[in-house]
Every structure is written in structure tokens, then in C-alpha cells.
Write a protein that binds this ligand. Structure first.
Ligand code: NAP
Length: 286
């Protein structure tokens, strides 16, 4: 039987509806969640992501400001802008879209964003909180994956979860969140030996590699849950994941599509983190 599709489109819509309702409750109290997004350079994918974030903010009744800065913007200017945004009450969340130009230190930028406005959850203080299991914000993509597993009543406790990828924004926090839900977690990366032997043991397999069609059916255990985080461009310019969707959906029990999967959840989780930031900063419990 082909795998059941985990529908990121439907779930993200449901979450956004809830966020819109909560945002209107805040509005009655005179608070509008505000997000500032800084984009440096001309990367076309980044421009698409930022435009999607702005549109999502508008749909949920949030206030947003987008700063599109030229590639050559000095690091000091970006830091100065963050300094200004930091002190503005109507801005609850600040996000600098990656990738950054080479002359800008990612570390300096992440440290400049105050942890309480760090809606990407990349500041070391928030990373530490996530590892400790006591956090306000979770990085948006792994948070979106956890929402998907929860929505489809997929048991995580006691399961073997294999995460391919160990980046700070996806692989590592993903592994920690699965661990908090009592999975036995294996993290794989480019130096992992006998990768397919490991992925074939996975009850839950998360692919966050950035390589088109990397996970093939022979790497998947029958009945596994396969989560495709990858966002790659095919030769025809269309979006596709790290998983060979057609082959793997013949083997897996559940699978996320690309597009229509994790990507939409990432945006929904950004809205959720921004709403949470607005509540925390205004001492409101919804
Ligand atoms: P990244 O920083 O490039 O990390 C990729 C990871 O894959 C690295 O840990 C790398 O290992 C590992 N890897 C590369 N080749 C491998 C191989 N042959 N075997 C095993 N592991 C291998 O990428 P990222 O930022 O985590 O993003 C991963 C993918 O997710 C990309 O397609 C990105 O566009 C997508 N993404 C999607 C969303 C979304 O909303 N859906 C959000 C963020 C990212 P090493 O560490 O050893 O180099």
C-alpha cells in the first residue's frame, strides 16, 4: 500500500488559522505581533522565502518590516540595524535570512539578536535552552516536523529516529527534539559509513541533506515514517526534496511531499514563535 502523505499544506493552514485567531485576541489588548526580517544580497531563493514570510505575516494580522540590503552592506550597518530593531517595542521578532554574504560574520549577527526576539532560535542562549529541554522558541523547521508527527499521531517514544544532516538549523535541533520525545536518535552526516545500513533501521527517517533524490527506496525500512526536509531545484526549476518520493512512497508508511510538506510548516512555526515572542514580551498568557 502506498504511504500516507503527511499534508503540510493542510496542517500549516490549520495552524495559521489558530494563530490568526490568537493574533486577533492580542489585537483586542492593543498588541500586534511584529516581525522584522533582514535580507542581505540577491539570492533568489532567499527573496522567495522572505516574501513568503511577509505574506504569511499579513494573512495572520501581524506587523512586518522587510529590510532588503545590498550584498555589499557592511557588517557594522547590519549590526546597527539590529541594534535599532532591538529597542523597538512593536518589533517582537528579528530574523536575518541565511545565507549571509562572506564578509558578514554569522556568529556576530546571531549574538546581536536578543534571545527574547530570536524567533529563529539560533542564539546560543536559545540553543542551550533547547538542549536543556526548557525553551521558549524552537528552530522553525524541526518544530514543524514535530508538529507533523504529532498531528498524525505518530509515536516517537521508543522509536529509532535517524536524522541525515547535522546542521545547526535543521539536523542538530531536530535530533534534540526527537530525543526529548524519547526516540533513540542516530545522527548521520557526510562522513557516516554504511549510511544505508543505518537508515534501513530507522522507524522515523529525517532527510536534511540538500541533495536531490538522495534517499532511495532501498535505504528505507518498510513501514517507516519518512520526513523530507530537503529543498532542491530540479533542472526544470521545480522544487523537489532529498527523498525519491515515488520510490520511497511504495515502501514507507508515511511520507512528506516536497513541495507541500515541511517548507510550509517552517513558515507556520515562524509565525508561532513571533506570536509567542509578543506574548512573552507583553506578559500575556493566551
Ligand atoms: P547543510 O547545512 O548543507 O547540511 C547538510 C547536511 O547534510 C550536513 O550535515 C552534511 O554533512 C550532510 N550531508 C551532505 N552530504 C551527505 C552525504 N553524502 N551523506 C550523509 N550526509 C550528508 O544544509 P541544511 O541547512 O541543514 O539544509 C538541508 C536541506 O534542507 C537543504 O536542502 C535545505 O534547502 C533544506 N531546508 C529546508 C527547510 C524547509 O523549510 N523545508 C529549512 C531549512 C533547510 P556534513 O556536516 O558532514 O557536511
Amino acid at each position: 500500500m502506498p504511504a500516507q502523505i503527511i499534508d503540510g499544506r493542510a496542517l500549516s493552514k490549520k495552524i495559521r488559522q489558530r494563530i490568526t485567531e490568537e493574533s486577533s485576541v492580542l489585537k483586542e489588548k492593543g498588541i500586534i505581533p511584529g516581525l522584522a526580517v533582514i535580507l542581505i544580497g540577491d539570492d533568489p531563493a532567499s527573496h522567495t522565502y522572505v516574501n513568503n514570510k511577509k505574506k504569511a505575516c499579513e494573512e495572520c494580522g501581524f506587523y512586518s518590516e522587510i529590510y532588503k540590503l545590498p550584498e555589499s552592506t557592511p557588517e557594522a550597518d547590519v549590526l546597527e540595524l539590529i541594534e535599532v530593531l532591538k529597542s523597538r517595542k512593536e518589533i517582537n521578532g528579528i530574523l536575518v535570512q541565511s545565507p549571509f554574504p562572506k564578509h558578514i560574520s554569522e556568529k556576530k549577527i546571531l549574538l546581536a539578536i536578543p534571545p527574547e526576539k530570536d524567533v529563529d532560535a539560533f542564539h546560543p542562549q536559545n540553543v542551550g535552552a533547547i538542549v536543556a529541554g526548557d525553551f521558549d522558541f524552537v528552530p522553525c523547521t524541526p518544530a514543524g516536523v514535530m508538529e507533523m508527527l504529532n498531528e498524525y499521531n505518530i509515536e516517537v517514544s521508543g522509536k529509532h529516529a535517524v536524522v541525515i544532516g547535522r546542521s545547526n538549523i535543521v539536523g542538530k535541533p531536530m535530533s534534540i527534539l526527537l530525543l526529548h520525545k524519547h526516540a533513540t536518535v542516530t545522527i548521520c552526516h557526510s562522513r557516516t559509513k554504511y549510511l544505508a545500513d543505518i537508515t534501513r533501521q530507522a522507524d522515523i527517517l529525517v532527510a536534511a541533506v540538500g541533495r536531490l533524490g538522495f534517499v532511495t527506496a532501498d535505504m528505507v525500512k518498510p513501514g517507516a515514517v519518512v520526513i523530507d526536509v530537503g529543498m532542491n531545484r530540479k533542472e526544470d526549476g521545480k522544487l523537489a526534496g532529498d527523498v525519491d518520493f515515488n520510490g520511497v512512497s511504495e515502501i514507507a508508511a508515511y511520507i512528506t511531499p516536497v513541495p507541500g510538506g515541511v517548507g510550509l510548516m517552517t513558515v507556520a512555526m515562524l509565525l508561532q514563535n513571533t506570536l509567542r515572542a509578543a506574548c512573552i514580551q507583553n506578559n500575556i498568557v493566551l
